[in-house]
Ligand binder design. Structure first.
Ligand code: SF4
Ligand code: SF4
Length: 779
């Protein structure tokens, strides 16, 4: 083997591969890898010896000042006091001549007693205990095989370690979170054990097996951790919580975060060298290297491709992570959490949207040293300081210019896509693994582009939200399972034959991004069989094969989607998907051909106008606007437009024939869409406020988020009219002055309301600067 070799300073020694608990979230026994079944229960003394020699050899050859060895399992205490003494003595005797040896252990604590504690003090072993919080939280997963609680056993172990004579061996607590637990109770339970350090772990998950996301909250892990973080900061950070400390700018990272090269190897009970343990969650054998301590040195293992790729810092990450403004702190998340069959580890973390939001939450608090004085908002909860150099600032500052750059738009689109996938997984968790889910999983591996094309459709998310909470989007009627239609649409795009039972809505089967099948006599469900270019439908007495010809007359029952060419690509005229009815105002039914053509022409011309007037805003439209929905006419309000928070990538407009007017509507609404995507990630407004603010563009006082949306949209409209005013466009100067005055007043009222978070204040202050600039990407 050749190539440069790296120094490894951390080693995990699996001294016992079985366990006396039976936790259902355990990656050793319950996840994809099952290699434990073929290994000896106890690490034999000769294997301990071989491991110690390899570590000592590496320390000597590389002049390592310190080596960290963690005794691990399964459950290491199952080795017993005598077995542990033998192993600890071997490690100290063999390694200490060459490097300082930092000995640690990770245990479930069940078997911990005085004799073991004395042994750990004697050999200077620092012991971490796995404990998930209060009784409900801990026993949700951490139970014996007979289902009995481990809570009292673990608390007894923690009490032992707190005793003054053993306290030096108390390293801290490892807590795996579950968003169904109460974060306050978990926090209080952890604090009560007075640990020197707490490690919070996200449950292991991959894109193949996404984490549980109960409820419609798109980033429940960020939300849950954010609550715990706030409590911790408000209490004056009474214990070290490594996740929060590591995520701060310059926080140094951990195995789960940051760009530091991987510096850890595992030695299994049979002497096999393995990569990090968490990989066991990806697939059977994922952590394997094919090497062992008897025949292979640490240097040889460090050159293994799976280890080497993790030395490449940002270059070893996927394109989305490389473009991410917080990549230096997130580092793409835990390596194992990036796994997806097909693209392997070349993905962002399955927790991507949560991580982005969590980093923002951490940034919203002052650095721990020196302690900065915290101002309180009217709500009395959220400090207002904002780190001046946070990469999240850069994203918000970029958007506050008005259009935002193409890389920022790409990141917003990527996080919105992550949210859609997370909602899909939440449906699977809530309603079980159906044939439609299985088909989507299969297609995701066999034809990922086809699945991507369907899932990026703006109205997929409203369907999933509606399925999870039918009260979230009133007006959509009874919730039906949207997965069969998504899977069939993806199969058709992929040219993969498939058959599923698909719910019928309002007499139609909608295949998102493709079109509607409208056949008289359809019942509530239909048996849909697809082959390339055709669909066969059976429902009650209806049995029909439909050729998916885009030029087929409507009489065939197939109503294909229509799109138009715009300078940025193709724009869908969405008038068939039932979930487009999520704007809180009536939408047009399927447009007649002349009306569709007229709207298409107007949109094409309007896009050109945006490019002419404000090219930077046109680039922002190119970066994410995929569909336009026609709103139903209302004589009282002939000029209307709308955006829906759950439908990123689409705007709704009244089909106004004038491209100059339509251009303003598009720019205006796209601002709302971008800001909605930002608000999925960051709190810009203090939550739970009853504040109402008077603004010039509405007769009624508005909530802060409404004003924020208003000023952001009006900033862009001001920029359009300013640009037009530089030409001989009639009335442009008056319009520019009008929108400038509105936006200024709105911004000032918003800032004076004290209802924004620190990030929100920064965003609106930057927006105020952008407002006073004369041009934005203008001719
Ligand atoms: S205590 Fe640890 S090793 Fe044992 S079952 Fe639980 S998570 Fe797995
Ligand atoms: S937040 Fe998402 S895109 Fe950014 S580095 Fe982390 S996983 Fe990658």
């Amino acid at each position: 083997m050749d190539g440069p070799c790296r120094r490894i300073s951390q080693f995990v020694l699996k001294v016992h591969s079985r366990c006396d608990l039976s936790c259902d979230h355990c990656y050793v026994y319950q996840h994809a890898d099952q290699t434990w079944r073929g290994r000896p229960a106890r690490m034999p003394p000769a294997t301990v010896q071989g491991a110690a020699r390899r570590i000592a050899e590496h320390a000597r050859e590389h002049g390592l000042p310190v080596v960290h060895v963690v005794l691990h399992g399964g459950e290491p205490l199952l080795l017993g006091a005598a077995g542990l003494r033998e192993a600890l003595a071997e490690l100290r005797t063999t390694i200490t001549p060459w490097a300082r040896l930092d000995l640690r252990m990770q245990t479930n604590g069940v078997l911990l007693d005085d004799e073991l504690c004395r042994l750990f003090v004697e050999y200077d072993v620092r012991v971490g205990v796995s404990f998930d919080g209060d009784r409900v939280a801990n026993d949700r997963h951490r139970v014996f095989a007979h289902g009995g609680s481990s809570h009292d056993h673990v608390r007894r172990a923690l009490a032992l370690l707190r005793r003054p004579e053993y306290r030096t061996s108390y390293a801290g607590i490892l807590c795996t979170i579950d968003v169904r637990n109460d974060p306050d109770r978990v926090y209080e339970a952890l604090l009560a054990e007075n640990p020197p350090r707490v490690d919070l772990l996200l449950p292991h998950a991959t894109w193949d097996h996404p984490p549980q996301r109960p409820g419609p909250e798109p980033t429940p892990y960020a939300h849950w951790l954010g609550r715990l973080h706030r409590r911790w900061v408000d209490d004056g950070r009474p214990m070290s919580i490594r996740m929060f400390e590591a995520l701060r700018p310059g926080g140094g990272g951990t195995e789960a975060f940051g760009l530091a090269p991987a510096d850890v190897l595992v030695i299994e009970a049979d002497g096999a060298w393995e990569q990090v343990d968490s990989l066991k969650t990806a697939y059977h054998g994922a952590a394997g290297t094919g090497f062992d301590v008897f025949d292979h040195s640490v240097d040889e293992v460090a050159r293994h491709p799976g280890v080497a790729v993790r030395q490449d810092g940002v270059d070893g990450l996927c394109a989305t992570c490389r473009a991410c403004p917080v990549v230096d702190r997130c580092g793409g998340g835990l390596y194992a959490h990036r796994w997806r069959t097909g693209s392997d580890f070349d993905n962002p973390s399955v927790y991507c949207a949560d991580l982005l939001r969590l980093i923002d939450t951490v940034d919203a608090y002052p650095p721990p040293t020196p302690p900065a004085p915290r101002q309180r908002t009217a709500a009395g909860s959220m400090p207002r300081e904002w780190s001046a150099t946070s990469p999240v600032d850069e994203l918000l500052d970029d958007l506050a210019t008005g259009p935002g750059s193409t890389s920022t738009l790409a990141l917003l689109a990527a996080t919105q896509f992550s949210i859609t996938r997370a909602l899909l997984a939440a449906c699977r968790d809530r309603f079980g693994s159906t044939a439609a889910w299985e088909l989507l999983v299969h297609l995701d591996q066999a034809a990922p582009d086809a699945v991507l094309a369907v899932l990026e459709h703006p109205f997929v998310r409203p369907g999933l939200v509606h399925r999870l909470d039918s009260s979230a989007l009133p007006g959509l009627g009874a919730a039906v399972d949207p997965l069969p239609a998504l899977a069939i649409a993806a199969a058709l795009r992929a040219g993969v034959p498939a058959a599923l039972r698909v719910p019928v809505r309002a007499g139609a089967i909608t295949l998102p991004t493709l079109g509607n099948l409208v056949l008289p006599g359809l019942g509530e469900r239909a048996e849909v069989t697809v082959r390339p270019g055709e669909v066969q439908v059976r429902s009650g007495s209806v049995e029909q094969t439909v050729l998916l010809d885009p030029l087929a007359p409507p009489s065939t029952g197939w109503l294909p989607t229509r799109d138009v060419s715009v300078p940025g690509g193709r724009l869908l005229l969405e008038d068939g998907d039932p979930y487009r009815d999520c704007y809180g105002q009536p939408v047009e039914p399927r447009l007649e051909v002349p009306a569709a053509r007229a709207l298409g022409r107007t949109l094409t011309d309007a896009w050109r106008v945006v490019r002419r007037d404000v090219p930077a805003h046109a680039a922002a439209l190119d970066g994410g606007l995929r569909a336009v929905v026609a709103l139903a006419p209302d004589p009282a309000r002939p000029l209307r437009s709308a955006t829906a928070r759950h439908a990123f990538g689409a705007v709704a407009v009244t089909p106004h024939p004038d491209p100059e007017t339509m251009a303003v509507l598009l720019v205006h609404e796209w601002q709302h869409a971008k800001l909605g995507a930002v608000l999925d990630l960051y709190d810009l407004v203090e939550p739970g406020q009853g504040t109402r603010i008077r603004v010039p563009w509405r007769p009624d006082p508005r909530p802060p988020e409404g004003v924020l949306q208003g000023v952001y949209a009006h900033l862009a409209v001001t920029q359009v009219w300013r640009s037009r005013a530089a030409t001989d466009h009639p009335d442009a100067s008056a319009h520019a002055a009008h929108f400038l005055a509105w936006t200024r007043d709105g911004v000032d009222a918003l800032l004076a309301s004290r209802s924004l978070t620190a990030a929100g204040e920064r965003f609106v202050s930057q927006l105020r600067h952008a407002l006073e600039e004369t041009h934005v990407g203008s001719r």
